[in-house]
Design a protein around this ligand. Structure first.
Ligand code: NDP
Ligand code: OXD
Length: 313
């Protein structure tokens, strides 16, 4: 029985890796000829409307990333488990990104980059140390927790915010609407690793930025968003950068992707842009992970990292 690869990007490297790691399963590619009645699994990112219908033997859909917002709005989504990626390779990539950008802000590296371009030797500045800086991680799940541990190793004072109350040794964790204001009030660098759901759409907005700490050591609050662009209101980010509510923003995700050429974010002196690649899904590691999940399922064990469709993540 078949694994169908349904992608909006070049499926070739994925098909090669799936053939290697699932030799017992024929691999079909959306857009080529295949027998729909034999498709047992789909591995997908951004499937085209209609591509997941008429698959009577379907047992599971694998999202090729950690986020599943690309599937949550899909019309007539088949009623089978959706399994998302949650594995070390992707998690570690995200933590690298988060730690790197927190350190860049801590050490004011963008200013030293400008000094270098201007051949300016200004050695008089003494940055705070990590222990003086409070990082707030919004979304304290698989990615948020790993990033938080690594930030803590660097010395940052880290807290988390999640939807439901939780206790993770070594961290103060705030939760829900009730905990949000207190979480923001102790945050100098706000890192969002939230999934995009109806509750988190547009949450990174003017009213939230105004609640961030004003007494921090970095000269103003900083936003790092590597969750989803739909969670941020870009007009508010720009307005807050201009009126000093935010000192700087590092954005990996955007309301519209690719970021339109005319977006002022590209050239804003206090915005750092990356092209939604803070934690890419590596075909080799992801195919291995999905093959492992399929083997578990075929051995009668439950899938791991199944999406709760009512929650939306
Ligand atoms: P998890 O499901 O493990 O964690 C999600 C976290 O967000 C949980 O702590 C959850 O709370 C919290 N959360 C969800 N909704 C709310 C809410 N309304 N209020 C407060 N907290 C909320 O996901 P991952 O950590 O694996 O991934 C997170 C997201 O990162 C993905 O959904 C994706 O959008 C993004 N991502 C971006 C990538 C990139 O390249 N830019 C790469 C990979 C992922 P609770 O613990 O209570 O459930
Ligand atoms: C993901 C992503 O969700 O790359 O994995 O955005």
């Amino acid at each position: 029985m078949t694994l169908l690869v349904a992608l909006t990007w070049d499926p070739k490297p994925w098909v090669e890796r799936f053939r290697l790691h699932l030799p017992e399963h024929p691999i079909a590619v959306l857009g080529e000829d295949f027998d729909r009645s034999r498709v047992r699994y789909v591995a997908t990112w951004g499937p085209k409307p209609g591509s997941l219908s008429d698959l009577p033997a379907l047992e599971a859909i694998f999202s090729l990333g950690a986020g599943v917002d690309h599937l949550m709005g899909y019309p007539n989504l088949p009623n089978v488990p959706i399994v998302r990626v949650s594995q070390d390779d992707l998690t570690h990539r995200m933590s690298e990104y988060v730690v790197m950008h927190c350190l860049i802000h801590l050490r004011d590296q963008r200013r030293y980059d400008a000094d270098q371009r201007a051949k300016r030797w200004d050695s008089d500045r003494a940055p705070p140390i990590a222990g003086d800086v409070r990082v707030g991680v919004m979304g304290f799940g698989a990615l948020g927790q790993d990033a938080a541990y690594k930030l803590k190793v660097m010395g940052f004072d880290v807290a988390g915010w999640s939807r439901t109350p939780k206790s993770v040794e070594g961290f103060e964790i705030f939760s829900g609407e009730a905990g949000l204001d207190a979480f923001l009030a102790r945050t100098d660098i706000l890192v969002s690793l939230l999934p995009l759901t109806p509750e988190t759409r547009g949450i990174l907005n003017l009213s939230l930025f105004r609640k961030l700490a004003r007494n921090g050591r970095l000269g103003g609050p900083i936003l790092i968003n590597a969750g989803r662009g739909g969670s941020q209101v870009e007009a508010d980010i720009l307005a807050c950068l201009d009126d000093g509510t935010l000192k700087a923003a590092t954005l990996d995700v955007f309301e519209v992707e690719p970021l339109p050429q005319e977006s002022p974010l590209w050239t804003h002196p206090r915005v750092t842009v990356s092209p939604h690649n803070s934690a890419v899904s590596d075909p080799e590691m992801t195919a291995r992970y999905i093959a492992g999940q399929i083997r578990r399922h075929e051995a009668g064990e439950p899938f791991q990292n199944v999406v709760d469709q009512a929650r939306g993540y």
